[in-house]
Design a protein around this ligand. Structure first.
Ligand SMILES: [Zn+2]
Length: 319
């Protein structure tokens, strides 16, 4: 073949890849899912801080690479409703720092700061229909400033109510970031039950379904963190999140363990590394079949599927 023609054909094929990338990714609902962990959204960039600009760029990269936001609680329930060829991703925010959710007062009315995480997420979702507007906020109701419920006293209830009304989730992160490995059973239970009580004071009936362990530290007995009642207050967690560990197994995989869910810290080196990893190892990445009622897995992988699957879901094997 004429080398110039070959070059042109090659260039054309390459140019087509992004547009049809989703169609070229065969469904694999046993692949792994990233649960990203953010702390501060602020300047400058640091060990626990992502700048607003970099956070927006993270969303851009996720969108371009075919990722779509899902709620953690939906992942736990196996209700993953994203288009065929795309990959669910979960966002989590720890420690309720001010840059995650800030109101600005303008002419007597409150506006969400466009440079805080909630503001950036809402704008991005509007500009990219189909990306989704989901995240879980692991808040600290009784921490010292600036980590007490986003650090705008007087707006705490309004913020929690707003998050829930928009479909965001609130999670348990203890009352004030207690290292649960250090305390006796009673203190552990009081920390978890009181955090739940605090949130209910603002959002009645809301259940914190997931717990993110401060510093990744499990209590001496894991059961203390799962459910309990103390002084008439109850809590019940369907999942426990760690602070590191890489991508999470598919919720349809046998090895999915909701009480030990790993996360990826969303900072430049880690996030870039995992995005590259899944670009190079497509077979490791969860790719949706587009139908929330079927679980499609590559032929020969049936043995790795959880049995039984969440109610109402049907297993499909593909070639
Ligand atoms: Zn934390």
């Amino acid at each position: 073949m004429n080398p110039y023609l070959r070059l042109i054909l090659w260039a054309c094929a390459f140019a087509l890849v992004p547009a049809s990338a989703a169609a070229q990714r065969p469904a694999n609902e046993l692949g792994q899912i990233m649960i990203l962990e953010y702390h501060k959204i602020d300047s400058p960039e640091g060990r626990w801080t992502r700048t607003p600009e970099n956070f927006r760029r993270d969303l851009d990269r996720l969108w371009e690479k075919g990722y779509r936001l899902v709620a953690l609680n939906d992942l736990l329930d196996g209700r993953l409703d994203v288009p065929a060829g795309t990959t669910p991703v979960v966002l989590t925010f720890d420690d309720s720092s001010p840059g995650q959710f800030r109101y600005l007062e303008k002419n007597g009315t409150l506006e969400i700061d466009p440079a805080c995480a909630v503001g950036i997420l809402e704008a991005f979702a509007q500009e990219h229909p189909g990306f989704g507007l989901k995240a879980t906020f692991y808040v600290l109701p009784a921490a010292d400033p600036p980590n007490r419920l986003f650090n705008q006293p007087g707006h705490e209830g309004r913020k929690l109510q707003y998050l829930v009304s928009r479909g965001f989730e609130i999670g348990n992160h203890t009352l004030w970031h207690a290292n649960l490995a250090r305390y006796p059973e009673e203190t552990v239970r009081r920390q978890l039950a009181s955090a739940q009580d605090w949130v209910r004071r603002y959002v009645p009936d809301y259940r914190l379904r997931t717990l993110a362990l401060p510093m990744g530290a499990y209590p001496r007995e894991i059961g203390w963190a799962v459910r309990g009642t103390i002084n008439g207050s109850s809590y019940q967690h369907d999942a426990i999140l760690q602070v590191a560990g890489g991508p999470a197994p598919s919720p349809f995989a046998k090895r999915f363990d909701p009480l030990r869910l790993p996360r990826i810290q969303a900072l430049e080196p880690d996030l870039s590394r995992w995005l590259d990893y899944f670009d190079r190892h497509l077979d490791q990445r969860f790719v949706s079949d587009g139908d929330p009622l079927t679980v499609t897995v590559p032929k020969g992988m049936k043995g790795a599927v959880r049995d039984p699957l969440p109610q109402g879901l049907r297993l499909v094997e593909r070639d």
